[in-house]
Structures are given as C-alpha cells and as structure tokens.
Design a protein around this ligand. Structure first.
Ligand code: ASP
Length: 342
C-alpha cells in the first residue's frame, strides 16, 4: 500500500513538473556589436533592459499565460525602449520617417498576423496580433493597417513619439556616406555597387523578437522592427514576412530573426529551420546552425535567430560579432549575453 502511494505521488509530481516546463528567449538585434565599442554603462543598460523584457515574458508564462501573451509582454518592453530598433527608437528611412514592421505567429494553429510600413501605431506587435485575431488577413500595410488598428481601438501616436537623436544621427551619417560614395562613383570608372543596401561593415541590426513555449506546450514567435537605416521606396524587410523573419509550429519550433532582411527573405530562414526539423529530423541546434551558420554565410546574409522547440530547448545562432539575446527557463536557467564570446 505504502509503495502504491509513493508510486502515485511520483507519478503526480512527474506530470506536474512536465506541465511546468516553459521557457522563452529574446533578441534585441545582431551586428557589429563588440566589447571595445561599448562602455560598461551601455553594456549594463542593454543587459538590464533585456532582463526586464525576459522577466515580463516569464511572468506571463509563470502564471500559466499563453506563449502568445508572453511574446507580446517581452516585446512591449523592448518596443518602448529607445535602445532597440522597434517602435520607440526605430531607425529612420531615407526621407527621415519611421516606418515599422512586425509579425506574430501561433504555433498551435499556425495562425499569423503582420503589419508593414506603419507610422502611428504605438505597438506594432499588438497590431500584428490584432490582424491575426481580429481580421481575416495575415498582413496589412501602410495606411490600411493604421485604419484597421484605429478601428479596433489600438493606441495611435504622433510620429514624434518614435524619434530619438541617436537614430536621427545614424541617418545623417548614412546620408553623408551615401553622398561621398555617389560623388566617388561619378568620378570613378570603377563598377558601382549594384545595391543601395550594401550594409556598412559596422552595421547593427536592432530588431527585437521573442519566442516562447508555454506550460500547455504551445509555441509562439514575434518580431518587431523599424527596418534598416536609410531604407527607401517603402522597402519592407523580413521581419513582417511569415516564414522569413518569424515562424512557429508546435510540431517543430518557434523562430524570430534579425539581420539583413533581403537575405532572410530569399532564404526563408525561419521556415527553413522548421522544415529541416520536420522533414529531415534535424534537432533545433542542427537546423539553426545549418541555416544561419552555413547557408546564410555562403549567401552573404548577416544576422541571427533565436529559436525554441517543443521540449524547451533553446538555440540562438548568429553569424555576426554579437547579438543582444537572452533566455529564461522554468528549470531556473537564465542567460543574458551580447558578444559572440559570451
Ligand atoms: N531584419 C530587419 C530588416 O531587414 C533588420 C534588423 O534585423 O534589424 O528589416
């Protein structure tokens, strides 16, 4: 009898522990982020904000909340911080505007939502979720997306809300550099670069993202960005493109990317990681390394991803010098890191 009681106790606690397995990971952008370019204060500022974001998402999961809610909570913290290239702190376009993109995906039912090129929505990630849940569509863009957001009561703000001196200066530097390059091209007989997006060597991608696994075993992923400094012609990157910058499927994994969007779109990065797991049986780590450290490197695509599988394994590969990143698991493990050597 005593043995039977112990057996049932173990069974019960075992299943409770299994239920309690939840985790999340976040990123705040990849790029040329090296220790020698950061002061101790800057490093602390970033790490504190990453921790705040992780804790906000974790608090949702701890209370039994959904992976989708956790993704939203973690991303809100980074959207509201001027440190990252999303919502407040978004980079400027060539014309001096902030045009933001975001997307979210639910791994449980493969439902997804996205907005692109929005200028007045305070939280683009909330707008992406609203598109998923309150419209029949997956992606809305520009004025239409804003009209929809306003209709359903999302907070709208003046464009000045997104302004930061730091991003404005980055645009001025990019414009100056562009002018110098153009002047040089006129005088030179050398072949002109075929791309206006030839990313400077010291470029930092500041997009934010979160992937989460909740206590019910559901996965979700979300990404929010201002895109790339000096972007033009309503350019849209990978962040709002489901399968490129964001993907989630309970059967495989959840992925959020940051990097040179054009390459991530062409390589369908987030879905490729999921597909390698689904069709080739690769682990999360093998699939992420194959795509980010091999395929993207061969194709010249700078950046990285955060990813999580249905077991709560987390992998955060990147092929740049650094990536603001972190994770927190119900097992008690937590990590916040910036540089590749961390
Ligand atoms: N992936 C984003 C884009 O290309 C940029 C970033 O990650 O910061 O728009």
């Amino acid at each position: 009898m005593k043995k039977l009681v112990v057996f049932f106790f173990l069974l019960l606690s075992g299943s409770l522990m299994a239920q309690q397995k939840f985790a999340l990971a976040i990123h705040g952008g990849a790029g040329t982020i090296t220790r020698d370019r950061m002061t101790a204060e800057q490093e602390k500022e970033y790490k504190d904000k990453l921790e705040e974001s992780l804790n906000a998402g974790y608090a949702v999961l701890e209370k039994g909340g959904s992976a989708l809610d956790a993704v939203g909570a973690a991303i809100h913290v980074m959207e509201e911080s001027p440190l990252f290239n999303a919502a407040k702190g978004a980079v400027f376009t060539h014309e001096g505007r902030n045009e933001m993109d975001a997307s979210i995906m639910n791994g449980k039912d493969l439902n997804a939502g996205a907005v692109a090129g929005v200028r007045h929505i305070k939280s683009p990630i909330d707008a992406a979720r609203a598109v998923m849940e309150k419209s029949d569509h997956v992606m809305l863009a520009g004025d239409g997306a804003e009209e929809f957001a306003e209709t359903i009561g999302l907070e709208m703000v003046d464009t000045s809300y997104f302004y930061t001196d730091r991003r404005w200066k980055s645009l001025q530097n990019a414009l100056k550099k562009e002018k110098v390059e153009l002047d040089h091209d006129e005088k030179s007989t050398e072949k002109k670069s075929s791309s206006i997006y030839s990313v400077p060597e010291d470029y930092k991608f500041g997009t934010v993202g979160c992937v989460a696994l909740d206590a019910e075993g559901n996965l979700a992923a979300g990404t929010s960005t201002g895109g790339m400094t000096n972007k033009r012609w309503k350019r849209i990157g990978d962040s709002p493109v489901i399968g490129a910058g964001t993907y989630a499927n309970n059967a495989t994994c959840a992925v959020s990317a940051t990097g040179h969007g054009e390459y991530f779109i062409r390589s369908v990065v987030a879905y490729d990681i999921s597909a390698l797991m689904e069709y080739k049986g690769l682990s999360l780590r093998q699939a992420g390394d194959e795509v980010v450290m091999k395929k993207l490197v061969e194709r010249g695509g700078d950046g990285g991803v955060i990813s999580i599988d249905s077991e709560g394994n987390i992998h955060m590969p990147f092929n740049t010098k650094g990536m603001y990143r972190g994770y927190k698991k119900s097992t008690g493990e937590m990590k916040i890191a910036i540089y590749s050597e961390d």
